[in-house]
Design a protein around this ligand. Structure first.
Ligand code: MLT
Length: 405
């Protein structure tokens, strides 16, 4: 007799962005004439840059000829892309990440969800609160988070690290020591950044306690302030305690084309000396047949001179939106943070409203879609996230509508 995985049955509701999409679809059906501005999910809106498009066309032509056609990609990624990433991303940061420590994938979302598989069932995880929901949900699916308390919104076997206005949205080192620590900087959803000195404290803490940090650096291209770490491997000792997740979605507009990678240093071992690099390689070999050749060529093009210039222009475009949203909300009287080193702006909702009340209010009165802070965890209650990934015109228009409320 077949039974569903009971761990899945513990998941409350639907995935945050699916819930939002359903609510927006219901509103649109009732109000077909309203022009909705979507600043909810962090999805890019600018087209892929010319250097990337050119690489896609060239690789597509290769696929059309018998002599240059490619079948399965190598499961860990083509050397041309892994070498380029090591050379163009990690070398300039002064880190010594080697090409064979880079595992190319179809995106950081799936890697962030799947990476927990290589750790034992009773691994104790620590997450920031608020948090990108995938880290928690994937551990719920793995059956290691304990029970959900619908009153508090907390899982009994998860260590929560509140990120609040009081601590500048920077988590404190947990007193109860976790095995696996999820950190994301620039942060989704708060848009906060961590200094290199502070990140070094995390690395030292993890090494001291034989814990592993999963460092999600998907938004590193948006860092505008100096002396901020673009990679955890800039910290001394990170090679023995850290895994880094990287994405092409936000730095080059690949949300629809899918490409990312995970970095696992060869020195990274569990407490018994088992190589986590080998386990992830084994997992890739079994469960993944490689990201498409055409898309890996597109990824390589991001690091050409032209690709770098063009993608930097895109990032500057989104960051101009971030400034517009930040200033617009401030002018409208909101308490605002984020948006300086990240494409996310985090605002306090008006007194007396919950995050979801404000979601409904904004959708109905301004026809603007955002993301309720409580969807990212209990400490997000009373907050709201807007993304800078819309068009400039829509960002301006959204602020005009919000100011007019
Ligand atoms: C978000 O809006 O938080 C992101 O788009 C989610 C993602 O990157 O998967």
């Amino acid at each position: 007799m077949i039974h569903a995985n009971e761990a899945y049955l513990k998941l409350p509701g639907s995935y945050l962005f699916s819930t939002i999409a359903k609510k927006v679809a219901a509103f649109t059906e009732k109000n077909p004439d309203k022009k909705i501005i979507r600043l909810g999910i962090g999805d890019v809106t600018q087209p892929l840059c010319p250097a990337v498009i050119e690489a896609i066309h060239k690789a597509t032509d290769e696929m059309a000829k018998a002599e240059t056609f490619r079948g399965y990609a190598p499961d860990l990624g083509y050397d041309f892309l892994r070498n380029t990433i090591a050379e163009k991303v990690f070398r300039p940061l002064g880190t010594d990440i080697a090409a064979d420590e880079i595992f190319v994938s179809d995106g950081a979302k799936s890697d962030s969800a799947n990476i927990q598989e290589i750790f034992t069932q009773n691994t104790r995880i620590a997450v920031c609160d608020p948090v990108y929901p995938v880290y928690v949900d994937s551990n719920v699916m793995a059956g290691r988070t304990g029970d959900y308390d619908s009153e508090t919104g907390l899982w009994s076997n998860v260590i929560y690290m509140p990120c609040t206005e009081a601590n500048g949205y920077s988590p404190e080192l947990p007193k109860e020591v976790p095995d696996l620590i999820y950190l994301c900087f620039p942060n989704n959803p708060t848009g906060a950044m961590i200094s290199k000195a502070k990140l070094q404290e995390w690395v030292d803490y993890a090494n001291r306690n034989k814990a592993v940090i999963i460092y999600d650096a998907a938004y590193e291209a948006y860092i505008s302030e100096a002396d901020m770490p673009h990679s955890i491997f800039e910290c001394e000792g990170a090679r023995t305690c850290a895994i880094e997740l990287r994405s092409f979605s936000k730095n080059a507009g690949f949300t629809g084309t899918r490409l990312g990678y995970t970095v696992i240093p060869r020195e990274l071992k569990d407490a018994d000396g088992v190589s986590l690099h080998s386990l992830w390689a084994r997992r890739h070999g079994t469960k993944f047949n490689g990201a498409p050749y055409i898309i890996q060529r597109a990824g390589e093009a991001v690091y050409s001179e032209e690709g770098q210039r063009q993608t930097k222009e895109q990032i500057a475009y989104y960051m101009k939106n971030a400034r517009t949203i930040y200033d617009g909300l401030q002018a409208a009287g909101y308490t605002v943070s984020g948006g300086v080193n990240a494409p996310y702006i985090w605002l306090k909702v008006p007194a007396g409203m919950t995050s979801w009340d404000f979601f409904d209010y904004l959708l109905e009165k301004a026809n603007v879609v955002g993301t309720p802070g409580s969807g990212f965890g209990p400490s997000g209650e009373g907050y709201f996230r807007l993304t800078a990934f819309g068009s400039y015109e829509n960002s301006v228009e959204a602020m005009n509508r919000i100011k007019a409320l």
